[in-house]
Design a protein around this ligand. Sequence first.
Ligand code: DON
Length: 304
Amino acid sequence: MKSILEKVVKMNKKYTKDGKVASYIPELAIADASHLGVCISDGNEMFCSGDSNVKFTLQSVSKSLVLILALMDHGEEKVFEKVGKEPTGDPFNSIIRLETYKKQKPYNPMINAGAIAIAGLVKGETVEVRVQRILKFVQQIAHNAGIGLNQAVFRSERDTGHRNRSIAHFLKDIGNIEGDPDEVLQVYFSQCSIEIDCRDLSNMAMVLALDGKSHITGEQLFPARFAKIAKAYMTTCGMYDGSGEFAIKVGIPAKSGVGGGILAVVPNRYGIGVFGPALDEKGNSIAGLKILETLSEDYNFNIF
Ligand code: DON
């Protein structure tokens, strides 16, 4: 597996030149566009290649994880009061549908509006407590107690996140957010700035592959039902307006982030973490997608 991964990274490295690092959050613009790395866990062993130990921020990958935490905090009924179950086919930061939200809620928790609604559900007396609970949950499923926040990325997004601010305040206006929208944004910006590497993504993906069970300790870390909900959303909306094409080309649940990460799950088989900060126009890692396409063909990942 290791030598195949080396080959796959080498073969797809050229695509990093076709993408651009995210620059709308200034601190992300300093990323090295040529980085490309991958780790795959089969539950027993982990195989890595390329820039797999370079750190980057979770960004939107956090949306699928915080969704699980919100489900654990409140159960399905309350969560589905706040977000719908349908894809939009719109970009991740779209505001064009805000006025058309049926029953006063965003279409799904993978687009920013839905993820901000979900961030508003995380339990905790203060913002600090809520952020620490998210961080602890991520550390637990990544099996890495050393994971922390990148404060520079947090500040950079907080200071420039005007579109997300407008979304949060709109959600407050329609009664979707119950607390203070500025506090909810602090939670959302914090979850996005959690710093991980491909190894962490791969471990988290493996836990999802096993429906919430740790491949390392055997412990059930969250209910299987919530893993299935997260994977269903990842399959239908995890790559935003690229989700349909990804389902056809790769055919597995996955979630991307503008930091360049993709968490990809081959149910019952593999947990994959990919990192390549050069993005396509939809905000997905351009060479990361190619790596997943190659691996899917070689190892017959497609769940369909
Ligand atoms: O809300 C934002 O704009 C970022 N913190 C996260 C966006 C993101 O990762 C979209 N994914 N590709």
